[in-house]
Design a protein around this ligand. Structure first.
Ligand code: KG4
Ligand code: ZN
Length: 404
């Protein structure tokens, strides 16, 4: 039972993240040391964006918008990006552009991994294994992480563990809550996924429900965009914050999939309902929230609150059913794990806590830094598999560039 030191690399979407997780056996207790570094792919293109802004290069601006504006607003409040430019570019451009994300990952991957090692006071030579996300995700982006992982593992003759992104979101809960034993239930809610899982054992999962169209995070992001919220962060937190000022019963949205007695989700219809409500109220998303009238601010807050209530009600209903299904298959289930970006929402946590209590279970929700995409979840999942002998042999030390 030697000490394990695992490096985890995550590049599946628009965050470049790395972490080192070390398990030490100290007086029969497993002690974990964690060092994590996360770099937003948005940041590395910031300089180019500023140059384009200076030169009024609109073509370049619209390409770089997605990465740079949210970061820019967050970084420096006195650096004014004219609101009208933001609105215009946002209308033309939204979502993650794989090619640009790939470039951003490639720019920062070495630095991110080095910083994670430095933080842990370790070098590549001290590692036991290298874990890396191999999917699901944007293939161009995944390759950057995989190439880095193979190069480190190859140079130091280290085993490699390929990690499933959604398994990592699930299992990181076991790092946070050491009592969490299999079997347990998990709800994974992010920008791209909406899953209900029965985790029976390590590597043994039953999918009880998924989304038939959009994930809840996507609905949050679009709502934020259509409400013209300042994209200082991603859409979810902006909607959550504005919803606190709103009346959640003021706009009557329909709860999706009520008539379906299954555990699946659908958020496309709710998105449309939100868009129509925004149009009906004649909200002008081109005017920033800060400079809008009190009346308009209230109208936006009411929509945000009403959307959030119904979006989460949908989660509550399906979770409740999934727990019943899960308990039928595995009566010894004690926990529901809620993870993924949307799990950092306080309203989501509070409402699901009620559901879980009614069913006699305990809620386990990792802290926001481990709910959104991160390297710790990958390193930890790698460590769990490695302990059971599930890993690949070291890759060749010098493989050709295009081997991955
Ligand atoms: O897990 P994640 O970082 O990346 C994916 O794998 O998608 O999740 C990102 C998603 C985004 O849609 C973001 O808007 C949402 O999680 N999110 C939130 C909150 N924080 C992040 N949604 C609602 N409320 C939040 N506080
Ligand atoms: Zn994720």
């Amino acid at each position: 039972n030697e000490n394990l030191v695992v490096l985890g690399i995550e590049t599946s979407c628009d965050d470049t993240a790395a972490a080192v997780v070390t398990s030490l056996l100290v007086s029969l207790k497993l002690l974990l040391l964690i060092a994590m570094v996360k770099f937003s792919a948005k940041l590395s293109l910031l300089r180019e964006f500023l140059n384009a802004l200076k030169n009024s290069n609109f073509e370049k601006l619209s390409k770089l918008y997605y990465f740079c504006v949210p970061t820019l607003c967050g970084l420096s409040s006195n650096l004014e990006v004219p609101y009208i430019i933001k609105a215009e570019l946002l209308a033309r451009y939204g979502g993650v552009a794989p090619k640009m994300a790939e470039e951003a990952h490639a720019l920062v991957i070495d630095q991110v991994v080095q910083e994670a090692l430095d933080k842990a006071n370790l070098t590549e030579k001290d590692l036991t294994a290298v874990a890396v996300t191999i999917g699901p995700g944007l293939s161009l982006c995944l390759r950057i992480g995989v190439r880095k992982a193979r190069s480190i593992a190859g140079s130091h003759n280290l085993p490699l563990v390929g990690v499933h992104h959604m398994e990592a979101h699930t299992l990181v809960a076991r790092l946070v809550e050491r009592e969490l034993q299999f079997p347990f239930m998990a709800l994974l809610v992010s920008g791209g996924h909406n899953l209900l899982i029965l985790a029976r054992d390590l590597g043994d999962y039953i999918q009880l429900g998924t989304t038939i169209d959009d994930a809840i995070g996507e609905a949050y992001d679009k709502t934020a965009k259509w409400l013209g919220l300042d994209l200082r962060r991603s859409g979810g937190p902006a909607v959550e914050e504005l919803a606190q000022e709103g009346d959640a019963k003021s706009v009557k949205f329909k709860v999706p999939m009520k008539q379906h007695k299954d555990c699946n989700f659908s958020y496309a219809g709710l998105k449309t309902q939100v868009r129509l409500a925004i149009e009906a109220k004649r909200i002008n998303a081109g005017i920033s929230l800060a400079s809008s009238s009190d009346e308009e601010r209230q109208a936006r807050a009411d929509i945000a609150a009403s959307f959030q209530r119904v979006a989460v009600l949908h989660l509550e209903e399906k979770c409740e059913r999934a727990i019943e299904w899960g308990l039928n298959i595995e009566p010894s289930i004690n926990h529901l794990v809620v993870s993924g970006g949307v799990a950092s929402n306080k309203y989501v946590r509070a409402r699901l806590d009620e559901v879980v209590k009614r069913k006699g279970l305990k809620l386990v929700c990792p802290p926001p830094s481990l709910c959104t995409d991160n390297g710790v979840m990958v390193a930890w999942t790698g460590l769990e598999h490695f302990r059971l002998g599930r890993f690949d042999p070291p890759p060749p030390a010098h493989e050709p560039e295009d081997a991955v």
